[in-house]
Design a protein around this ligand. Structure first.
Ligand code: C2E
Ligand code: CA
Ligand code: CA
Ligand code: CA
Length: 284
């Protein structure tokens, strides 16, 4: 039994080592990837459920690694966050997304407003010079702040609520729009929600996806209904994410949800393909 224990112990330690090595390797590759400009932005349309037309896009980062091939954000954003690499990466993402929305704004002036949503990570949120950096990008790219919407999560707000509210106010001061992402999945902040100077709630896709399947579907419709009412009572627009079926669209329309996003409308697209949709003046 003792021998077995020892053997197991060794396997365990080896496993740990492998993990640490893999992590280190991933970090090294991430740094190289930043150097070699291996990142791209994809754009998922956000649709007005009233008009069926594109109202904006969410920028989603993609890593096409020379060495690893396609790596999904779920597999490298957490490490980028831990290592702080998200700060330069996030800076690039903001810049690239702003340049793209500026180009589309010029090409498609009739779509008003055409808004670019960008995910902000917790680490970026606590960078002391965030507001200054964004101001600089807006100036350089020469766009109005209201073209850009930042998506933040409730948990980013809850560490130090007063400081977070102050930061959000300063971002609003640049004219930016703000959205609470994955609403309902983070730390509950219902008692603070009315104090957050945000414009939009995004209903998490875990709720939307359960609205029409399984024995709890009726409950999930009620949850989504409640989130939408909550948003409306606070004067916020609501975006439902992860819409995959027409039936979900119908339910969300009946609940007066303003915007929708999901594979039913479109997967995230390359800039070229997104532009093609804008050219077609696509209507759902
Ligand atoms: P998120 O912000 O909640 O982004 C939405 C995710 O849902 C995206 O995954 C999108 O491709 C996916 N999605 C959209 N519609 C559907 C649908 O109908 N069904 C399903 N099952 N999924 C759908 P993605 O691009 O893999 O990103 C995953 C997460 O990684 C994001 O979740 C976000 O937290 C993070 N992320 C992505 N891009 C960025 C970025 O540029 N910066 C930061 N800080 N985080 C990012
Ligand atoms: Ca998001
Ligand atoms: Ca989300
Ligand atoms: Ca998320």
């Amino acid at each position: 039994a003792k021998e077995l224990g020892t053997a197991r112990h060794e396997v365990f330690v080896e496993g740990m080592d492998t993990q640490a090595v893999e992590r280190w390797q991933l970090e090294t590759d991430l740094r190289a990837g930043l150097q070699n400009q291996e990142f791209q932005l994809y754009y998922q349309p956000i649709i007005s459920l009233k008009t069926g037309k594109i109202a904006g896009f969410e920028a989603l980062v993609r890593w096409v690694s020379n060495k690893r091939g396609f790596v999904s954000p779920g597999d490298f954003i957490p490490l980028a966050e831990e290592t702080g690499l998200i700060v330069p990466l996030g800076q690039w993402i903001l810049q690239e997304a702003c340049q793209q929305i500026q180009r589309w704004h010029e090409q498609f002036p009739e779509i008003v407003p055409l808004i670019m949503s960008v995910n902000l990570s917790g680490r970026q949120f606590t960078q002391p010079d965030l507001v200054k950096q964004i101001q600089k990008i807006l100036d350089e790219v020469n766009i109005e702040g209201d073209r850009l919407k930042l998506e933040i999560t409730e948990s980013m707000m809850m560490n130090d609520v007063e400081t977070a509210i102050d930061l959000l106010r300063r971002l609003k001061g640049l004219g930016l729009r703000l959205s609470i992402d994955d609403f309902g999945t983070g730390y509950s902040s219902l008692s603070y929600l009315h104090r957050f100077p945000v414009d939009t709630l995004k209903v998490d896709r875990s709720f939307v996806g359960r609205m029409e399947e399984g024995s709890d579907s009726e409950k999930y419709i009620q949850i989504v209904r409640t989130i939408i009412s909550l948003g409306h009572n606070l004067d916020l627009d609501v975006i439902a994410e992860g819409i995959e079926t027409e039936a979900q669209v119908r339910v969300l329309e009946s609940l007066n949800c303003e915007y929708g996003q999901g594979y039913y409308f479109s997967k995230p697209l390359s800039a070229k393909d997104a532009e093609e949709l804008l050219n077609q003046d696509k209507e759902w």
